[in-house]
Each structure stands twice: as C-alpha cells, then as structure tokens.
Design a protein around this ligand. Structure first.
Ligand code: SAM
Ligand code: DTB
Ligand code: SF4
Length: 316
C-alpha cells in the first residue's frame, strides 16, 4: 500500500497550502500512530573520519580539511558503556555510525557484530550505518540482532551527482535492497539544504516510496554546514521547508518513524513543536550527533515535559 504512490500524488501533497498540509499530516499521524509518542535515539560514531568518499556535506571525508580528528574503530566495551548510558538517559534506540565506504570483512566487522549483539541484549533497538553492505554481511548483522540499517539516499537521483561522485545512486539503492532482503528494517532519508529544488525533494520521497522494502524510518536532516566542506556556506534551512518535508513524508509513509535529525539543535522549541505536529516522531538525543553538536539530554526532557510527549517503547 505505502509503496504505491505516483510521483504526481506526492507532488500534489507537497505543494498543498502549508496549514492544510500540516492538518492533513497530523490527521494521518493520529490515525496510524500514537501521536504524542516520540522515539528517542542516541547516535555514536564508532569509527570517525578518514573516509574515502567525497560526500560534499561531510566532516568525515578525507578530501576536505575539516580539522576533524580521526579515530579508529572503538573498543567494544566503550561502545557498550555508551549504549548503557544512552538507555539510562531514556533512549530506546542506539545507532552506531562508521565512516566507511563499505564494511570490510574480518576483524572490524567481527567487532561490529559483537557490538550489535551487546546492544541488542540490553533491550535497545540497534541501528547501524556502516556504508555499503554485501548480502552476507546483511545476513550476519541480522543474526547478531540488528534492528535497522541506516543508509540515506540524501537527495534525488538527478541532484545526487552534485553532492557525491564516489558512489552512485544505484549503489545506495542496492545496499538498501540488501538490508531489506535480509529482513533488516530500512532507515533511509535525506538532507535539506543541498541546493536541491522542490522537484528534487519530491523525487527523493518518490524514490523512497518505490523501494521494494518500505522504510521503517526516514531521517529528515537539515544541512549542518561544516567548515572545509563544499557545503560550508550553506544557508540555514527554514523551518517551513522542514515542516513541509516532514508533513509530506508523514502522509506518504503513515507507519514510518519520521526522524527530525541533523539541524534540530538550531531550532527553537516552537519550531521543534511544529515539526512534531507535522508528524515527526523520532529524534536523536545526546550532546553529539556523529561529529557535530546536538541538544542536551536535559533540554530534550524539558521539551518533552512541556509538550506532554512520551518516549516510545522499543519494538524488540
Ligand atoms: N558512512 C556512512 C554512510 O554514508 O552511509 C554513515 C555515516 S553518514 C555521516 C550518515 C548520514 O548523515 C549521511 O548519509 C547524511 O545524510 C547525514 N549527514 C552527514 N553529514 C551531514 C551534515 N553535515 N548535515 C546534515 N546531514 C549530514
Ligand atoms: C542520519 O540521517 N542522520 C544522522 C544518522 N542518520 C546517522 C547523522 C547526522 C550527522 C550530522 C553531521 C555529523 O554530526 O557529523
Ligand atoms: Fe564517508 Fe558517510 Fe561521510 Fe560520505 S557521509 S564521507 S560515506 S562518512
């Protein structure tokens, strides 16, 4: 059902008058999910920097002088400690990110599998984003207890070559396909503020809606301009753009989590509340995303109290 959208239908929703779009998305949200419930996730960069890819927004690409300190794969115990702290602070999903083009077999992958197993037995949902996957790696991650695999398509097929040149759009779709075939939930979304048009945003949603396996979560990131990258001068994305995108995503994917991701710490409480009303129902909590600052856990608790939001329970 969810993946039977025609591009024109998505375009019509996207271009609706903003207030009526928000009303419609809030209604879809209320009918399909518990509104007032938001999933709280924690991100951890388990391997940082020195990435061979050239994603034009990324602090971790070795092509750009961003001043980021690289770190090899973290120790398993340190990762499990971070997951335990995340759980104690109220997160129900733990997402591990590695600055790899693709997962290499042998030691590093075995360590990641161990991390996945360890986080999974804590009763947290486990997500990872490790670059491109093979079928065999996907099966092993699933077996270790991985809930979801994050791999963003970032933008439309047409605009993509203006953002990344070292791997293709089809490479990304193939990885998503592999995760889905292994029965891992798919987490895939994109970034606003990469110089894309409204048509690109609509196409991106249409691509996501046309995947063989419908995404279980859709991150909506606003560009975080990182000094030294080609996107360092990107202007801030207006909250109205974020709200329009989130509301459209909510209507197109009624059962998915729509995650208000990068850029949230730049938003006021009122702006975040608007995003929740438009259908966002997942956030990253904690001081840091992967390499850039995020709002504090205390600020999140205060916002949830203010808005009467409760934290979603894990599915596994
Ligand atoms: N290396 C892995 C990959 O690319 O699949 C995982 C890590 S990558 C940093 C995860 C996602 O974060 C990217 O696909 C992108 O959508 C988002 N992201 C990275 N840097 C960002 C930035 N400066 N602003 C907004 N989103 C960003
Ligand atoms: C996603 O879409 N956003 C998160 C998560 N998936 C891995 C990452 C955001 C990264 C923002 C820039 C940084 O902190 O390096
Ligand atoms: Fe590497 Fe991922 Fe950053 Fe691209 S987004 S440069 S693949 S870490």
């Amino acid at each position: 059902m969810e993946n039977s959208w025609a591009r024109e239908q998505i375009a019509t929703i996207y271009h609706s008058p903003l207030l009526s779009l928000i009303q419609q998305s809030a209604e879809v949200h209320r009918q399909n999910q518990k509104s007032g419930e938001v999933q709280v996730c924690t991100l951890l960069s388990i391997k940082t920097g020195s990435c061979v890819e050239d994603c034009g927004y990324c602090s971790q690409s070795s092509r750009y002088k961003t001043g980021l300190e690289s770190q090899k794969l973290m120790e398993i115990t340190a990762v499990l400690e971070a997951a335990s702290t995340a759980k104690a602070s109220g997160s129900t999903r733990f997402c591990m990110g590695a600055a790899w083009r693709n997962i290499k077999d042998k030691n590093d992958f075995e360590h990641v599998l161990e991390m996945v197993r360890g986080v999974s037995v804590m009763g947290l949902e486990v997500c990872s984003t490790l670059g491109m996957l093979t079928d065999d790696q996907a099966a092993k991650l699933k077996e270790a207890g991985l809930t979801a695999y994050n791999h963003n398509i970032d933008t439309s097929r047409e605009h993509y070559p203006n953002v990344v040149t070292t791997r293709t759009y089809d490479d990304r779709l193939e990885t998503l396909e592999r995760g889905g075939n292994a029965k891992i939930s798919i987490c895939s979304g994109g970034i606003l503020g990469l110089g894309e048009s409204h048509e690109d945003r609509i196409s991106m949603l249409h691509t996501l809606a046309s995947l063989t396996v419908t995404p279980e979560s859709i991150p909506a990131n606003a560009i975080v301009p990182v000094k030294g990258t080609p996107r360092e001068e990107s202007p801030r994305v207006s909250v109205w753009e974020m709200v329009r995108m989130i509301a459209t995503a909510r209507i197109v994917f009624p059962s998915a989590k729509v995650r208000l991701s990068a850029g949230r710490s730049e938003m006021s409480e009122v702006e975040q509340a608007l995003c929740f009303m438009a259908g966002a129902n997942s956030i990253f909590s904690g001081d840091k995303l992967l390499t850039t600052p995020n709002g504090s856990v205390t600020a999140n608790h205060a916002l949830f109290d203010l808005l009467g939001i409760t934290s979603m329970k894990p599915v596994n």
